[in-house]
Ligand binder design. Sequence first.
Ligand code: PXG
Length: 462
Amino acid sequence: MNMITNHMPTAELQALDAAHHMHPFSNQAELAGRGARVITRAKGVTLTDSDGNDILDAMAGLWCVNIGYGRDELAEVAARQMRELPYYNTFFMTTHVPAIALSARLAELAPGDLNHVFFAGSGSEANDTNIRMVRHYWSAKGKPGKSIIISRQNAYHGSTLGGASLGGMIPMHQQGGLPIPDVHHISQPNWWAEGGDMSPEEFGLARAQELEKAILELGEERVAAFIAEPVQGAGGVIVPPDSYYPEIQRICDKYEILLIADEVICGFGRTGNWFGSQTVGWRPHIMTIAKGLSSGYAPIGGSIVCDEVAEVVGATEFNHGYTYSGHPVAAAVALENLRILEEENIIGHVRDVAAPYLKRKWEALADHPLVGEARIVGMMGSIALTPNKAARAPFAADAGTVGLICREFCFANNLVMRHVGDRMIIAPPLVMTTDEIDVMIARATRALDLTLDKIRADGLYA
Ligand code: PXG
């Protein structure tokens, strides 16, 4: 077989890709017809493709490249660790320095008594760990009936059987016989789409109180935990009304259930604090982490667990673990990433510079004729596209038709901005400068203008 390099013609790379590479969350036949865009390099906030186009990455890869692309320090740490100890496991009474150092560092960074880390290779695996851990916890405390985990519709918690079951994505449940038993979903706090005549504050309260209703209906003695993303990411960057968060915390405090904050997107600075839970005022018993933990430079995830749960689970053998739990190279890379986040005050940059600047620019997009609400927390934002702002109306066309048109105009204008249905979303690298924010907003605005022209011409602006 010949070497496959960046220097092959794009069409040849695309043909090989279509022939042999099965892509996640893609229609393979459609992809084969169009050809995937081949990304060859990246630096800072900018991707380069195989045709030499420079593309501003307003999604930080897949919400993960928090420190930006091209940091040599991480490459050097990975090379050093590979030479010294490329792999060893953490089963059977063994450990190694990267896993020790990273778990100790995470215990320092995490709020409250979240002092213990169970490592995984990804966010999905970590959420599978969480399902088994909270059920085992209650069982070990003599309450095996407490096995139901309450989650939310349109939540995203991963793609494994457990992760996708916790998630509230119907198209995922429809493939493969999900959800697994004892997972229950309540409604999401999406005021724009589902708030009806309620004020945002009334609606936030009502949606939080669905948790209490569910606990009472299912029986407190059956409910193990509630899991939620501090801010729903893949669901479309749904920012709940302020009333939502304290009410959720009140309900979790009142009943004997564990709160799992899925910080896979919100963690490591995305919301302007180390963890999204700190931004929204939650006190979780377990936090799911991945993505920004290593800024995507190496695959690693995990669960940060409070003293009480760790103590109960640790008193017996927990029959669970992954070959790559605490992988030394990934752990070393994550540790270096955390060093950079801290020493370069990247979270301070988000809080004091980038996020306030972006918030002003992003919220001004709501003046565009195509944009209803514009919502943003830290460096994750969304805009709802609508033909009628006052009525918060969806388009007559199938959900996602207009969003996809807008996304295509973004791509054609060298901007990666995603669509979820007819919401456009961003989650750029946290190191983005104000000048880069200006470029991002200018390209997004141009894409909105072009979208409006096109949907008017095509009779879709209704
Ligand atoms: N929890 C949350 C909150 C996530 O966003 C996972 C768990 C799963 O992590 P892994 O590492 O197993 O992928 C995620 C992942 C999208 C998209 O389309 C989002 C994710 C993954 C893939 C696609 O926005 N988030």
